[in-house]
Design a binder for this molecule. Sequence first.
Ligand code: FAD
Length: 412
Amino acid sequence: MSDQAVKRVIIIGAGQAGGEAALRLRHSGFGGDITLVGEEPAAPYQRPPLSKKYLSGELGMDRLLLRPAGVYADENIAFLAPLRAVWIDRANRRVRLEGGRELGYDALVLATGARARKLTLVGADLAGAHLLRTAGDVDAIRPRFVSGARLVVIGAGYIGLEVAAVARQTGLDVTVVEAAPRPLARVTSPEVAGFFLDEHAGKGVRFALGAQPAIIKGKEHVTGVGLADGSEIPADLVIAGIGVNPETTLAQHCALNVENGIVTDAQCRTSDPSIFAIGDCAARPMAHYRNRVARLESVHNAVEGAKIVAAVLTEQSHSVEAPWFWSDQYDLKLQIAGLFQSYTKIVLRGSMKERSFAAFYYNGERLIAVDAVNRPGEYLGAKMLIQTGRTLAPEVIADASRPMKELVAQAQ
Ligand SMILES: Cc1cc2nc3c(=O)[nH]c(=O)nc-3n(C[C@H](O)[C@H](O)[C@H](O)COP(=O)(O)OP(=O)(O)OC[C@H]3O[C@@H](n4cnc5c(N)ncnc54)[C@H](O)[C@@H]3O)c2cc1C
């Protein structure tokens, strides 16, 4: 496909990645037709506040929107919602929408995100048992998310722990049930996970670790969570945060290459060169990690994909930023840069006791990631090093008497 011949772009999925892609494509000078199809009723919005300030009621829906809803019409972007795309005809380059309408495309962008994994337990459909992925999910949780209510959070990942933090701050009684022996098992080191465990315990959160939920009890409404060991935790509200599955149904039906996400090249092209995939639904080579193919679930990754597609379709260049993420719990601001998974060594700078530290992850001598808690300087410094492929010796980075900025300036 010659990108110069692209006159009609359809974007399926109007979340962070799809919304950004539509606007960035237009702002990059693309003058053709852009159609953005989204099955949710709202204009594209940010999900991170759903487990933070939207759950606590500090932010309303208007503050979640990526841009005011009128922007899409102003930018001559046809925004079709709530409407689901149900079929892709690759041979004729057409997309079928719910209700039967068909649209032709020259380039198609799949930005279908991910679905929250459902609990497969008896009782998971009782009133008071919830998932947390959409604004609608939080709106359904809110009436029971009140001081004095007993909440069981299933899953101690970032979303589960953020919910636990907001719940304690709102006065709920909170128990977190986690199948792994520690929280954040998939996303950080035991050292950093231990810090967050202590913080939550100090705020009154109870943990059942290495525990398997077996049943959600109740007649019409949740009354408790039964564990595999026979014990029961009383509950008025259950929120499950047990991960997501990439939404790849359309891609699979039209036989694109899918392996834990729609596989793309560095330009976000799928196995069909006229179809791109970005955001949570896609897995692409990571430039800063020897092109290891990874599927990331983050705002940065969604925006990065949108930028890449806009650049490719308008034949402009784009340099890729190293991955980053954040999580807010109580007054702790965790900022993460890089991908820690292949680390062989961890180096701490600062003090966990003072709630201000950074954990640097090394693979051999190479700095690959940082988890910085209330340490923005360390986060920014490490991000810059990873971005530019430089490193600092572990003993140098551990010396907190020297400012991070000074260390970064001397890094090779
Ligand atoms: C509670 C919560 C907290 C988070 N906190 C953070 C955080 O602190 N930091 C961070 O970096 N990231 C965070 N994330 C992750 C981040 O929000 C996601 O990585 C990001 O939203 C991914 O964007 P996306 O556009 O790929 O997917 P989504 O935002 O999920 O959007 C995909 C959209 O496509 C729609 N769709 C799917 N199939 C179709 C179809 N066939 N037709 C039409 N529409 C379709 C979906 O309904 C959805 O609206 C959080 C996520 C959640 C849920």
